[in-house]
Design a protein around this ligand. Structure first.
Ligand code: ADP
Length: 610
């Protein structure tokens, strides 16, 4: 979404819709075709939010297209309602309700399994429409006699007719649909949906209720589908049963892929290509039903050569032509200031509400054990961490350090034992909920949002802290979330990457990515931060910088660090816990650990002697 020119797309959309009747007839488009394009384009806006932006490929959108269409058509053809607009709204609500129910089932799975469930459920809808409910839906005959809208305002009355009159009505619907979609994608919810597409695991770890956001995207897509389905009946004067077929879902997916996913306008452009080719090949070239063969070829060529569809291809071209070089990736990342930049007040936040009492126990693992089948990765671990402490956790490979961390942040549940954070038993909590309480970690293997810029990455984490796990602020601008910009900039300054803020993550140097990994955790304003091997794979200079960063961020925070770099652990940590074969072998100050003969025997060897 372009920022800085807030209403540009809206104005261009309105202009385009006004110009269409003056242009398209001269290049061979009949008004009926243009109207169908608008219905498909509107149907596709919701699907693009679901697939292009959130990354959820559904082959079952016909279920909602048909539901919205048949509910509206039933109300209108049985004289239960005279207002076409009201019937369309009720149809849309029906589709949304179906979306909630289907989404709650289908979203329990991801990837291909999610797609397969949507196919199966849509087929069920088609069957139900055709058999058990055929008395209501007309079965194979559909519902004829759907009226066109009739508007009365004061003394003025207007009956929408077929042709360009219908175009005016559909264009107004499309415009409203697009304005709403643009607002959604510029809202905090839109930002979170994109983050979920990029890395759902990290979106959850920084505190977003990923499941609830996915369901929201699913229901939004169902709403657009339901509304478009209702319009199909109005446009044709007849609600066709094929609205429910798999071919309808497939056509939507293909049109979106042709036009360009993640663009909102892609489905409309895809529909232009699809329906123009249909008319041209069938009527002008006279191919009859074999036109689909040519269409199939066009689709294959487009997907092979323009992977992001027509709009995506044009965007890539424009980006190449107008590319401003990013600041070059430095040989070594920028130095970290010896003194951390001061933090300005960010305003109210649940996580700043109560400070930790110095010396109070912040985290407590009580007898936690984790068994994977016969392998016991952690056995009866008892560890307490006090406020303000920097605790080092060391141990040879396979000692169980990562498993221990995963249990502390509730990524995996312990087989037995309890975990307490600030006195609250968090065993079995969701990762996002634990993060909201103020406990998060940075990962051993980077978990970033690779297609977003550095600033956008930090903003995703800060949004969870500012707004909580889930909020449907669909029409608010993301940048306007109070405190968000300040928190993002402060985090960027803290990790020393302000100058690189607008660079896409994919272009960052390794050391910068590692710092961003820590920055994502920091932007969640944790009161307890776990760092899993923050120095892994770094050059000597990057290592020095990151050690300085750890010194800076420890002020006012409690840190637990798993690290293989012994020098760094002994320099930074106040206490060290040594894990060995899944159990706590020793715990104490660095000096005590160095002196411990048990540790020397089991692990440190030569390092301790030094
Ligand atoms: P460390 O981080 O100290 O290298 P880990 O916690 O990764 O140790 O692993 C401890 C033990 O648990 C290892 O023997 C490892 O093979 C086993 N383990 C870890 N995760 C799993 C898993 N998901 N399934 C089966 N075994 C696992």
């Amino acid at each position: 979404m372009p920022r800085g020119r807030p209403l540009l797309l809206e104005v261009l959309t309105a202009l385009g819709l006004v110009l269409v009747p003056f242009v398209l007839p001269y290049v061979g488009f009949a008004p009926g075709t243009v109207n169908q394009i608008l219905v498909w384009g509107l149907f596709g806006i919701g699907f693009d939010i679901l697939f292009g932006y959130t990354g959820l490929l559904s082959f079952g959108q016909s279920a909602f297209f048909g539901t919205g269409g048949f509910v509206a058509a039933y109300l209108l053809t049985n004289n239960l309602m005279t207002s076409v607009l009201l019937a369309l709204v009720i149809g849309t609500l029906g589709a949304m309700l179906a979306g909630v129910l289907v989404g709650m089932i289908a979203l329990r799975r991801t990837g291909i399994y999610f797609a397969m469930i949507t196919v199966a459920i849509a087929e069920t809808f088609f069957f139900v429409e055709n058999s058990p409910l055929s008395a209501l839906t007309g079965g194979e005959n559909g519902l004829p006699g759907v009226p066109t809208p009739h508007f009365v305002l004061g003394g003025f009355s207007y009956q929408v007719q077929n042709g360009w009159s219908m175009y005016g009505f559909l264009a107004a619907c499309y415009f409203i649909g697009m304005v709403v979609a643009l607002r959604i994608m510029r809202s905090p919810v839109g930002a979170v949906l994109i983050a979920i597409r990029d890395n759902p695991l990290r979106a959850r770890a920084v505190g977003h209720a990923v499941g609830a956001y996915k369901l929201a995207a699913f229901v939004i897509a169902a709403a657009y589908a339901g509304f478009a389905g209702g319009l199909l009946g109005v446009l044709q004067g007849f609600m066709p049963p094929d609205a429910f077929t798999f071919a309808t879902s497939g056509q939507l997916v293909m049109q979106t892929a042709i036009g360009g996913m993640g663009t909102l306008y892609g489905p409309l452009l895809g529909a232009v290509v699809w329906l123009y080719l249909r008319d041209f090949l069938q009527e002008v070239v006279g191919l009859g039903s074999t036109w689909k063969l040519v269409l199939g070829l066009v689709f294959v060529l487009l997907v092979c050569f323009l992977r992001r569809g027509i709009i995506g291809g044009l965007q890539d071209l424009a980006a190449r032509l107008t590319a401003k070089p990013h600041p070059p990736a430095p040989e070594e990342s920028a130095p970290i200031a010896e003194v951390a930049p001061p933090l300005a007040s960010l305003g109210p936040s649940p996580r700043h509400a109560h400070a930790q009492e110095p010396g109070a126990i912040v985290l407590e693992a009580r007898g936690i054990t984790k068994a994977y089948g016969g392998i016991v990765a952690n056995r009866d671990i008892n560890v307490s961490v006090t406020a303000g402490e920097l605790r080092g956790v060391i141990g040879p490979n396979g000692a169980g350090k990562s498993t221990f961390f995963k249990m502390l942040t509730c990524e995996v549940p312990p087989t037995s034992g309890r975990i307490l954070f600030e006195g609250r038993d968090i065993t079995g909590y969701d990762v996002s909920r634990v993060c909201q309480l103020g406990l998060t970690k940075s990962y051993q293997v980077n978990q970033l949002f690779p297609r977003l810029t550095l600033r956008h990455n930090i903003m995703i984490a800060a949004l969870a802290e500012r707004r909580g796990r889930f909020r449907l602020d669909l029409l608010r601008r993301a940048e306007r979330v109070p405190g968000l910009a300040l928190q993002t900039e402060q985090t960027l300054a803290l990790i020393g990457l302000t100058a690189r803020a607008d660079v896409p993550v994919a272009e960052l140097a390794y050391g910068e990515k590692r710092r961003l990994e820590i920055g994502l955790a920091l932007a969640s304003s944790p009161r307890l931060l776990l760092l899993d091997e923050p120095l892994a794979g770094m050059s000597p200079r990057e290592r020095r910088e990151t050690v300085q960063l750890l010194k800076n961020i420890r002020r006012g925070r409690t840190l637990v660090v798993v690290e293989h770099d012994m020098d760094a652990v002994f320099e930074l940590a106040e206490r060290i816990t040594v894990l060995h074969e899944g159990t706590v072998l020793a715990e104490g100050t660095p000096a005590e650990i160095q002196r411990s003969s048990l540790v020397q025997e089991a692990y440190l060897g030569g390092v301790a002697a030094e």
